[in-house]
Design a protein around this ligand. Structure first.
Ligand SMILES: [Zn+2]
Length: 295
C-alpha cells in the first residue's frame, strides 16, 4: 500500500473524529455538575463592553448584506456573596488597535480601566480561548504573573498561546505560560460553585463555553464565540468572514445545540461575546448587570 493511500486513510479517520457533528452536552448533567463544588452559588452575572469592531453583516453571518454591524468586545463577571470570578479579560488599546492600524475602531478606555480593576480584585479568572480580545487584558497587564496565577486556562489554550499566538506581540514563552493554572478535562468541568466549563472546540481549537447557575435558579449559558451574534444561532448560519478559520461542522453542530436550548429551555439565557443588541437586551431585562460590581 502506498504511503499516499495510508495518509489519506489517516486523514479521513481524523476528520471523522474531529467532525464533532453531534455536539450536545446533556444540559441536565451540566446543571447537576454546577452544584458539586462547595460554596454558595453566584448571585449575579455582570457584563462590560471595552471596545467594538464594526464589520459588514456579510462577514458576520452567511447571507448577510453590507449593513454595518457593531460587534462589542466584552467580558463578564460572576458575583458571589464574598468574591467574584471573571470570564475573559478584554483587551488593551494597543492590542485592539493592532487589528485595524489604519482605521481606529471604538475603544472605551474608562471601561477597560474598570475591567482591569475587576481582574485585579477577582478571586479567579477563566479564559475561554486564546484569542486576543479574550486574553490580552491579562497578557498585557503590568502584573501579568499575578493575574496569570489565578487564571485557569486549558492545556490547549496554553499550547495556542505559545505556538499560535493570535497577535505576534502576544506570543508567550513556555516560562511565562507556566504562570497560569493549566487544566485538562474531557468534556465538562465544574470549576467553581455554579460554574461549569464546557469544551467546545470549533471557533478555535481551545474554545470553551461557560454554564452558570445563579442562586435565583436562573441559568446563563455563555456560548462565547461559537456564534458572533444571536442571529448565527437563531438562523443556524455561521460566520462568513474570510479571515475566520473555524472547524465549520463543529461550529454548526454547536449552533444547532444552542438553538435547541434557546427554544426549549426558557430557564437558560444564552450570551454571546460580540452582539451589541443582545448585550443591550440582556442588561435591560436585568438578567445580566450592566457594568461590573464595585469591589
Ligand atoms: Zn471573541
Amino acid at each position: 500500500m502506498s504511503s499516499d493511500v495510508i495518509d489519506g486513510r489517516l486523514e479521513r479517520a481524523s476528520a471523522r473524529v474531529g467532525d464533532r457533528t453531534d455536539f450536545g452536552p446533556d444540559l441536565a448533567a451540566v446543571r447537576a455538575l454546577s452544584t458539586v463544588q462547595p460554596g454558595a452559588l453566584p448571585i449575579a452575572v455582570n457584563g462590560i463592553r471595552v471596545a467594538a469592531s464594526i464589520r459588514p453583516r456579510k462577514f458576520v453571518i452567511e447571507g448577510g448584506d453590507d449593513t454595518p454591524v457593531t460587534m462589542p468586545r466584552t467580558a463578564f463577571q460572576v458575583v458571589y456573596p464574598d468574591c467574584s470570578v471573571m470570564i475573559d479579560s478584554g483587551l488593551d488599546k494597543a492590542t485592539h488597535d493592532s487589528f485595524s492600524p489604519d482605521k481606529p475602531e471604538p475603544y472605551f478606555a474608562g471601561e477597560f480601566a474598570k475591567l482591569t480593576r475587576a481582574l485585579n480584585e477577582a478571586r479567579l479568572i477563566i479564559v475561554t480561548h486564546y484569542h486576543a480580545d479574550h486574553v490580552a487584558g491579562i497578557l498585557s497587564a503590568a502584573n501579568f504573573p499575578e493575574l496569570a496565577r489565578k487564571t485557569i486556562i486549558t492545556t490547549e489554550t496554553a499550547r495556542c498561546l505559545v505556538e499560535t499566538p493570535h497577535r505576534p506581540h502576544l506570543k508567550l514563552s513556555r516560562d511565562a505560560v507556566a504562570n497560569f493554572i493549566v487544566l485538562d478535562y474531557p468534556a465538562c468541568y465544574p470549576v467553581a460553585p455554579g460554574i461549569v466549563l464546557i469544551k467546545a472546540p470549533g471557533h478555535s481549537p481551545d474554545s470553551q463555553m461557560v454554564f452558570i447557575r445563579l442562586q435565583s435558579g436562573r441559568d446563563i449559558l455563555h456560548s462565547v464565540d461559537s456564534a458572533w451574534v444571536m442571529d448565527n444561532i437563531l438562523q443556524v448560519k455561521g460566520k462568513a468572514a474570510p479571515w475566520v478559520k473555524e472547524d465549520v461542522p463543529a461550529v454548526m453542530a454547536q449552533l444547532r445545540w444552542l438553538k435547541r436550548i434557546h427554544e426549549t429551555d426558557k430557564n437558560v439565557t444564552i450570551l454571546v461575546t460580540h452582539d451589541d443588541a443582545h448585550f443591550d437586551a440582556v442588561t435591560k431585562s436585568g438578567i445580566v448587570g450592566a457594568g461590573l460590581a464595585p469591589q
